[in-house]
Write a protein that binds this ligand. Sequence first.
Ligand SMILES: Cc1cc2nc3c(=O)[nH]c(=O)nc-3n(C[C@H](O)[C@H](O)[C@H](O)COP(=O)(O)O)c2cc1C
Length: 198
Amino acid sequence: MTRRTLLVTASPHRDEALGSRLARKIAAQQGGDLLVRDLAAEPLAPLTVDYARALTLRDPLPRANATLELSERLVEELESTDRLIIATPMHNFGMPAALKLWVDYVLRIHRTFAASPQGKVGLLADRATLVIVSSGGFHRTGGSLQPNYLTPHLEAVLNTLGIRAPQFVYLEGLVSRCDAPEAMIAEAAAAVDDTGYR
Ligand SMILES: Cc1cc2nc3c(=O)[nH]c(=O)nc-3n(C[C@H](O)[C@H](O)[C@H](O)COP(=O)(O)O)c2cc1C
């Protein structure tokens, strides 16, 4: 069966972003089909009241609405692929607004997760998932550390979809280290544990 990878990118730098370039390099190494959802090139519409009602009312409105249809299309992109790469910048210690909006469209009660007395249960098939996080500064080691709310937030989102063990790879210090982008991409590619991601 042909592998199908969904690549979700969220950088305003689009294809020039190091994270996007690393993601495409890894996807090419792995082969198969690549479906790209570029959230900067094609921004998602804000959520509507119909969508909010459909998600939160006990008896959702039966009529179709455009926001729900967009949600369905984005969920189907996840369902029609068997691996996932997310390439995202860190914006103000968290995920960029464009990626958060994608989350609000795909993490949907009764559709991609169910509420149970034991907590939320993911309804998507588990899959190899890689998240590439680019940041101008440092959040793991170095002199002036900053908080990283992106990783725990996105990890919780992916777990709730049913993706149990997403792998996170970091491109840090891009403001000061962008003089050797190829070396950074090669170093980060080598850090990807492809035993879990094969
Ligand atoms: C709105 C905004 C907020 C940012 N916030 C942070 C931040 O909190 N921490 C950080 O290290 N870099 C921050 N940056 C810098 C980006 O993370 C950095 O430029 C990174 O290279 C962007 O990755 P990209 O090339 O994939 O877009 C921010 C950039 C923007 C535009």
